[in-house]
Design a protein around this ligand. Structure first.
Ligand code: M6R
Length: 586
């Protein structure tokens, strides 16, 4: 964050950093520049635990909330970092890959380093290069390798300078005030007007305005309206953002459908013309959406689909000519997904992105973008954005299908009915919470499913492990007997996503096998399924939908199951340990 305007900068920075905390939260710090030089305050832990402090009346400052990559979370390692003479202060996201050699060189020249971070080299490089703030940073950037969003200020100049390369940075434009921030939620309280900076952009902000350069040339960038309401970034009475966001799912589905369907699907998929296959690239929860996309598109559109884990795609050799690549990333900033997309494009693939964030990096890389309209997601666990991604995938599948008019109408009608059915899952939260109270006492769990029940199981397990810290594994039900059976027993409950399609009978057999090995079984199944309850310990019933849509209803039930289990265990639900919302490093 950076602020230059008329308000008390320390207060603006604290308030904005609170909203950015979901991106990193092991330590934080702010610095302001006034007539008596640069004042700094740093603290380990969460900003909500801020102690009273006052950095004076300055209306110019920078701040940062950290997710440690180089050096443990500590006050010394927290940003901002300063040079030896406290002339420059720097905050930085990303990684300076050549920082070790730079640090050695700077040390030899007499610079004293206090932290273990890569960021500190930027302050010392600026000190070495000298000149005014702009010149010092511009010269230093030439020596950096890696990725960065940097904001700097100096002791004697009323100016902020920012630079972006492979790490997001936006400029908020208010009335007589400016903000530099790594995402829009940080500035929404003050302005909804923003410039989404591009790679290579170098922005200089003063009281008179701002100017942007790229590769030494002045460039014009459009000021865009952030399409989010400040209230979207508040808990609005819920105990946690995660719960609020799960409850927003029905509205998010309606919003995502809006504008994309009429009597048919209104999506421009000209990129798909002539494609021989679809390749999905994604990480984490988005990867699970992609795995579901494989079953959905193959079934509905009869087109071969490959799913590649983005962080592994760099090591793949397979050519992708004439292929449509679809990158799924809610944040639009996941470094692995961006890198995989760059590689796919270098193979000649056409690129479509599904993202939730306007102006995010993926929107610049892709040839076309389809937005999920989920609003900001603050909880680290992806919930409503996952459901919204699935909705877009159903629409893509329908668009690519050879549906007759009646089949299309039926498919779209089912989709339109989903929000109301998910609302009924949410209304059943008490029952799910009661089961969670029991699950909270276990340390290991298994999630199983077949066909579309399988990625649903993976996502259920991911939600459980990331917020409750229970070790939870997702498996195709058929794989259990190839090894994981050895882990079953009365201390390992198994959650089964039971779908009434061709997998139904064999799933019931798998459940019986699991039960025979002593594991308690919790099934997620259709309301109309009266058979399954004979073989399991608990059933969470979800409204009936056509089998292909069950991932939507089942996942919301699994999200609630994870949420209430984590709550019962007293976990930090919105900010699980060691995780950050946007993973902007590879
Ligand atoms: O922003 P993205 O969708 O690219 O994020 C990908 C993963 O980092 C993300 O889904 C992560 O797995 C979530 N914490 C899962 O809840």
């Amino acid at each position: 964050m950076g602020y230059l305007g008329y308000r008390k900068a320390d207060q603006v920075l604290i308030s904005s950093l609170r909203r950015l905390e979901y991106r990193g939260y092991d330590s934080w710090g702010i610095a302001t520049a006034g007539s008596d030089g640069i004042g700094v305050y740093k603290q380990v832990g969460s900003i909500s635990e801020v102690e009273a402090f006052d950095l004076g009346d300055s209306s110019l400052g920078i701040g940062h909330t950290r997710w440690a990559t180089h050096g443990a979370p500590s006050e010394i390692n927290a940003h901002p970092h300063l040079d030896c003479n406290r002339q420059w202060a720097v905050v930085h996201n990303g990684i300076i890959e050549n920082f070790l050699s730079l640090r050695e060189q700077l040390r030899d020249e007499g610079h004293r380093f206090v932290s273990e971070t890569d960021t500190e080299v930027i302050a010392h490089l600026m000190e070495k290069n000298g000149g005014d703030l702009e010149d010092a940073l511009a010269a230093s950037l030439k020596e950096l390798k890696g990725s960065y969003a940097i904001v700097v200020m100096g002791a004697g100049e009323r100016k902020l300078v920012g630079a972006r390369y492979k790490s997001p940075l936006i400029l908020g434009v208010g009335d007589g005030e400016y903000f530099l921030a790594s995402d829009a939620t940080a500035i929404l309280e003050y302005t909804n007007r923003a410039v989404y900076l591009e790679d290579g952009d170098f922005v200089v902000v003063t009281d008179e305005g701002y100017r942007i350069k790229n590769q030494g040339r002045n460039v014009e960038r459009e000021v865009e309206l952030i399409p989010w309401d400040p209230a979207d970034a508040e808990k609005e009475g819920y105990d946690h953002f995660m719960l609020k966001e799960i409850h927003e799912t029905p509205r998010v589905i309606e919003d995502t459908l809006l504008g994309h369907i009429s009597e048919t699907v209104d999506l421009d998929l000209s990129l798909a013309v002539g494609t021989s296959e679809i390749v999905f690239l994604a990480c984490g929860t988005s990867f699970h959406a992609a795995l579901l996309g494989r079953y959905i598109i193959e079934e509905v559109a009869d087109l071969p689909v490959r799913v590649e884990c983005a962080s592994e795609f760099n090591y793949r050799k397979s050519p992708l000519n004439r292929t449509l690549v679809i990158a799924i990333t809610q944040s639009g900033e996941t470094a692995d997904t961006l890198q995989a997309l760059r590689k796919a494009k270098s193979f000649g693939a056409r690129a479509l992105a599904i993202t939730n964030v306007l102006g995010s990096s993926v929107t610049r890389l892709a040839d076309e973008v389809i937005y999920t309209r989920a609003g900001p997601e603050i909880g680290v666990a992806a919930t409503k954005t996952f459901t919204a991604q699935l909705i877009v995938i159903y629409l893509i599948a329908a668009k690519l299908s050879r549906f007759s008019r009646t089949e299309m109408e039926r498919f779209l009608l089912e989709l339109r009915l989903i929000p109301e059915k998910i609302q009924r899952v949410l209304d059943n939260a008490d029952k799910i919470q009661a089961i969670s109270k029991i699950l909270a006492g276990y340390e290991n769990m298994m999630y199983i499913g077949r066909k579309i029940g399988y990625p649903t199981a993976l996502e259920g397990a991911l939600k459980m492990k990331e917020i409750s810290y229970i070790h939870a594994e997702g498996y195709p039900a058929g794989e259990l007997k190839h090894g994981p059976f050895a882990l079953l027993g009365e201390r390992t409950p198994v959650v089964a996503s039971v779908v009434r399609d061709e997998t139904y009978d064999i799933m019931l057999n798998n459940i019986k096998e699991v039960r025979a090995r002593g594991s308690p079984v919790i099934a997620i199944a259709d309301e109309g399924d009266e058979e399954v309850e004979k073989y399991v310990d608990f059933v969470i019933k979800t409204p009936e939908v056509e089998s292909i849509f069950t991932p939507l209803t089942h996942t919301v039930a699994l999200q609630l199951l994870a949420y209430y289990t984590a709550k019962e265990r007293g976990c930090e639900i919105d900010r699980p340990k060691n995780l950050a919302k946007s993973v902007t490093v590879e």
